[in-house]
Design a protein around this ligand. Structure first.
Ligand code: GRG
Ligand code: ZN
Length: 315
């Protein structure tokens, strides 16, 4: 079996950050905040976050903050959204820089997006999705402000998106999908509500995602894709059923998706690499305790030392 090309992946992530005028940068421009989180977290898991200029990251990140609403945009000048607010908070947690945040304003922005039924809208335009429940619960938890929302209603809304197959969808009645399951199980884990989950039923659905090639898919009948190494595996760990999949076959699948010459990881073998799948490949390997990687927290999607620093030391 091959090995993880740590140095190549570090070089790949650093080079993507520099090539801001590339085609990939152009189409990804509106979600640069997400890209910055994927890149920085990958570098930290690879024990190389010191190779970026942190002051440059912080000053760009703060220029994406909308001081009127209190939320963050995907890049300078665009509208704020919960998805980018989550990534901004994750980056500042990773860099240990909550000091630059107006925690009161950000937590009011997030709490203000909760609806009467407990669900969350992603922004002022109102789209509702369990992804946004995760984003909101994550931000308020890590900023120690969960008391600003109705947690009971938030949990009940997530439970109303649970299906008979044990999985979760984006809204009530929505099809089970591994990405939504991560969001729902993550939010239930953060709020101490995992007792509402039938672990055997959901664990069965999740471990059935492993394909003959060792990779995981996101729904029945779909192709395997490296990003589900994160969405599925993190969920299995949170419900304590990770031993139901074959870890060595999945490790081999992820390693086979590396570009061993130029660095980066793709969605499936021989496809073009991108930062998103590089992050999920490395994060998946970290969940499987691959040697030399920092361990990652399955609910917070941040290195465990970062989560411990936030919850077990005063800030
Ligand atoms: C902190 C890791 C982290 C995430 C933040 C935004 C978010 C919270 C979670 C997104 C969850 C989600 C819905 C992920 C799915 C992404 C994805 C690969 C969608 C593609 O779905 P299909 O149906 O593709 O187009 P398949 O693989 O089914 O063919
Ligand atoms: Zn993918």
């Amino acid at each position: 079996m091959g090995e993880l090309k740590v140095d190549k992946h570090v070089q790949y992530i650093l080079s993507v950050e520099k090539k801001k005028d590339s085609f990939e940068a152009l189409v990804m421009e509106h979600l640069r905040m997400n890209g910055a989180y994927w890149g920085l977290t990958t570098l930290d898991l690879l024990q190389n976050v010191a190779s970026v200029d942190q002051e440059e990251v912080i000053s760009w990140l703060m220029s994406c903050w909308d001081r009127e609403s209190g939320g963050f945009a995907g890049t300078i000048g665009l509208d704020p959204h919960l998805l980018y607010t989550l990534s901004a908070v994750q980056i500042l947690a990773l860099l240990n820089r909550f000091d630059v945040l107006d925690i009161e304003m950000i937590s009011e922005y997030v709490a203000g997006l909760q609806n009467e039924d407990g669900s969350f809208s992603g922004d002022m335009w109102g789209e509702i999705d369990t992804r946004f429940s995760y984003c909101a619960i994550f931000c308020l938890s890590i900023l120690h402000c969960l008391d600003k929302i109705n947690v009971g209603k938030a949990v009940n809304y997530i439970l109303s998106c649970k299906n008979l197959d044990g999985g979760f969808g984006a809204t009530p009645g929505g099809e089970s999908h591994a990405g939504q399951i991560f969001c729902c199980v993550g939010a239930l884990s953060i709020t101490g509500s995992l007792h509402h989950v039938d672990r055997d039923l959901l664990g069965w659905w999740l471990c059935e995602r492993q394909c003959p090639d060792g990779g995981l898919n996101g729904r029945p009948e779909k192709l395997a894709d490296v990003c589900y190494s994160w969405w599925v595996l993190s969920s299995l760990i949170m419900i304590d059923r990770v031993h139901w999949i074959d870890k060595s076959k999945l490790t081999e699948y992820i390693l086979n998706c590396q570009d061993s010459e130029n660095g980066g990881i793709s969605d499936r073998p021989d496809n073009a690499v991108d930062v998103f799948h590089t992050y999920f490949g490395v994060a998946g390997l970290s969940l499987m305790e691959y040697p030399g990687l920092k361990p990652i927290d399955p609910a917070y999607a941040l290195p465990i030392d970062v989560v411990n620093r936030i919850f077990f030391s005063k800030f």
